[in-house]
Ligand binder design. Sequence first.
Ligand code: 3PG
Length: 216
Amino acid sequence: MTSGAQKTQDLLGIMTAQPVIPVLKIANVADAVPLARALAAGGLPAVEITLRTPAALDAIRAVAVEVPEAVVGAGTILDARQFDAAAAAGSRFIVSPGFTLQLAAAAANSRVPLLPGAITPGEIMAAAEAGYSILKFFPAAEAGGAAFLKALASPFAGIRFCPTGGIGPANAAHYLALDNVVCVGGSWVAPDTLVAAGKWGEITDLAREAAALKRA
Ligand code: 3PG
């Protein structure tokens, strides 16, 4: 079994390799491979495919097999069953908007690292108690944005966040300037209209701009 410390290191490696993790909602499985290739070509190899569409697990499988330059992850994982299905499909990291004991048990039995979500001090403490020091912060803008995250830095010195939700080119830099932010996530690098039109070159351009964003 892969140790918790090793999984944290694996997750940190993925989260620090690029400033922005694309959050993808894939309607047509045929889009997954060209989309992941386009994002990787722009400097964003790690992508989170959310389980919000029936195509998601097939999309993860396709990217895992056909796009070796990508690091495919699964998002919007709400329970242990979804965790196991996403891991079996080839996910290299798994993201949840929250944290539950059931999810923690599934993650403990897997070599795939989990990025669980937490917002409030109590949620952060529960996740930290279970051994998690890198957390998703969702929905970031609505929950208080960069100012809220900044206020968490002093009491939770060992915790770092990947905020997502309402982040885009206009405000990503505010989050990335914080010491307790490892990266941000967002869907803005893969707009539905460009995906539906197969405008992969334009998506690569968006990815290149996002990949050039600087951290603290
Ligand atoms: C997520 O699950 O991380 C968010 O839905 C992404 O939010 P965005 O669409 O506002 O970037």
